[in-house]
Design a protein around this ligand. Structure first.
Ligand code: PRT
Ligand code: ZN
Length: 293
C-alpha cells in the first residue's frame, strides 16, 4: 500500500498518553486540523494532509510501509517493532512522553545486577527489547509476555522479576517492587517513511518537518532582555542558561550600561533571575518564544 494519492499522511496515537501532545505539535506547525465524519481520519484544511489516528503499536509499521509519511510514537514502541523488515527513520526526539523501561524486582529477589536474572522468569510487554538486552548482558532468562498489568506478575508467581515502563515510579512502588537497571530510555520521536511521497508532495513534507523542528527547538526556550552595567557584562552573560552569543546594544544616555538580548535554550528559573539581579542586571524581562527557524 502507498500513500493516498495527492495527500500526505501523519500517523498519531488515537487516544492515550501521546495523543494530546502529538496533536499540539501538528497544530503548532501550522496545520489546521478538522475532525472528519470518520474517527480514524482527521483532515488538515489548509494543506493536503490527513492525520491517521491509530493504536500506537501500529504506527511504526504504517510509517515503515509507506502507508503514512510521518508518525509520532514512543521509542519503546519503535524499538519493540523492529523485526528485520523495512524501518521508519527517526527524525528527532520530541521532548514529551518520557519514560524508562526498567528491570524491577520484588524484595525476595537478591538483585546485584542483570546477572542475577540468570535462569529466572521475567514478565514484560517488551519481549524483543528485553531479549536483546539480556543477550547483550550475556544473561539467559525466560521471558513471559504480558499485554498489561505486568507489575502484578511477581505477586501472582508468574515471574521472578519484571521489565516495564516507569515514569513516576508510583506503580512499581505500589506493587512492592523496586526499579533497578535501565533497559531503555524513551520519549516520543518523529519518524518518517523510507518510501518517498509523490514528487509534488515532497517539498510539503520537508517543510512540515522543518516547521516541527522549529516548534520543538522553541519549546522551553525563552527570550531574555535585561540591562547590565558594562563592567558586569561577562558575569551576567555567563549566568544566562544555554544562551549563545547575546546581542549587546547601547542604552541611550548611559555610557556605563548596555541592553542585553539573548535566546536561552534552557529553562529560566526564578533562581536564575535572582542571580542575574545580584550580578547587577536590572529591568529583566523573560518572554516565551512562539516560533523559531
Ligand atoms: O491504545 P494504545 O495502544 O495506542 O495505547 P497504549 O495503552 O499502548 O499506550 P499509552 O497511551 O499508555 O502510552 C503511550 C506511550 O506513552 C508509551 O508507549 C510510552 O512511550 C509513553 N509513556 C510515558 C508511558 C508512560 N510514560 C507510562 N508511565 N507509557 C506507559 N506508562 C505506564 C507504565 O507502564 C506504568 O504501568 O504507566 C504506568 C504508570 O507509570 P508510573 O511510573 O508513573 O506509575
Ligand atoms: Zn499500545
Amino acid at each position: 500500500m502507498s500513500t493516498v494519492e495527492g495527500r500526505l499522511r501523519i500517523a498519531v496515537q488515537k487516544s492515550g498518553r501521546l495523543s494530546e501532545r502529538s496533536l499540539d505539535l501538528v497544530r503548532d506547525a501550522g496545520l489546521r486540523v478538522v475532525k472528519g465524519n470518520n474517527d480514524l481520519l482527521y483532515r488538515v484544511e489548509n494543506y493536503p494532509i490527513d492525520l491517521l489516528r491509530v493504536r500506537d503499536d501500529d504506527i511504526p509499521t504504517f510509517v515503515a510501509d509507506g502507508v503514512c509519511d510521518l508518525g509520532i510514537v514512543g521509542e519503546n514502541v519503535l524499538e519493540e517493532g523492529r523485526n528485520g523488515g523495512p524501518t521508519a527513520q527517526v527524525i528527532m526526539p520530541l521532548g514529551f512522553g518520557r519514560c524508562t523501561l526498567k528491570i524491577a524486582v520484588p524484595p525476595t529477589l537478591d538483585y546485584a545486577g542483570p546477572a542475577s536474572l540468570d535462569g529466572k522468569r521475567i514478565a514484560t510487554s517488551y519481549p524483543r527489547i528485553l531479549r536483546r538486552y539480556l543477550e547483550a548482558q550475556g544473561v539467559s532468562a525466560d521471558i513471559v509476555t504480558m499485554r498489561g498489568a505486568v507489575e502484578v506478575a511477581p505477586r501472582l508467581k508468574l515471574a521472578h522479576a519484571i521489565c516495564d515502563l516507569v515514569s513516576t515510579g508510583a506503580t512499581i512502588e505500589a506493587n512492592g517492587l523496586s526499579a533497578r537497571d535501565t533497559v531503555l530510555e524513551s520519549q516520543a520521536v518523529l519518524i518518517r517513511s523510507p518510501v518517498s511521497p509523490e514528487p509534488r508532495l515532497a517539498e510539503l513534507l520537508d517543510s512540515i518537518i522543518e516547521r516541527m523542528s522549529g516548534v520543538v527547538a522553541s519549546q522551553g526556550a525563552k527570550y531574555v532582555m535585561l540591562n547590565a552595567p558594562r563592567a558586569a557584562l561577562d558575569r551576567i552573560t555567563a549566568i544566562l542558561p544555554g544562551a549563545g552569543a547575546p546581542t549587546v546594544m547601547p542604552l541611550s544616555g548611559r555610557d556605563d550600561a548596555v541592553a542585553v538580548h539573548a535566546v536561552c535554550q534552557e529553562a529560566v528559573f526564578w533562581e536564575t533571575l535572582e542571580k542575574l539581579k545580584e550580578a547587577g542586571a536590572s529591568a529583566i524581562l523573560v518572554l516565551p518564544i512562539e516560533k523559531m527557524m
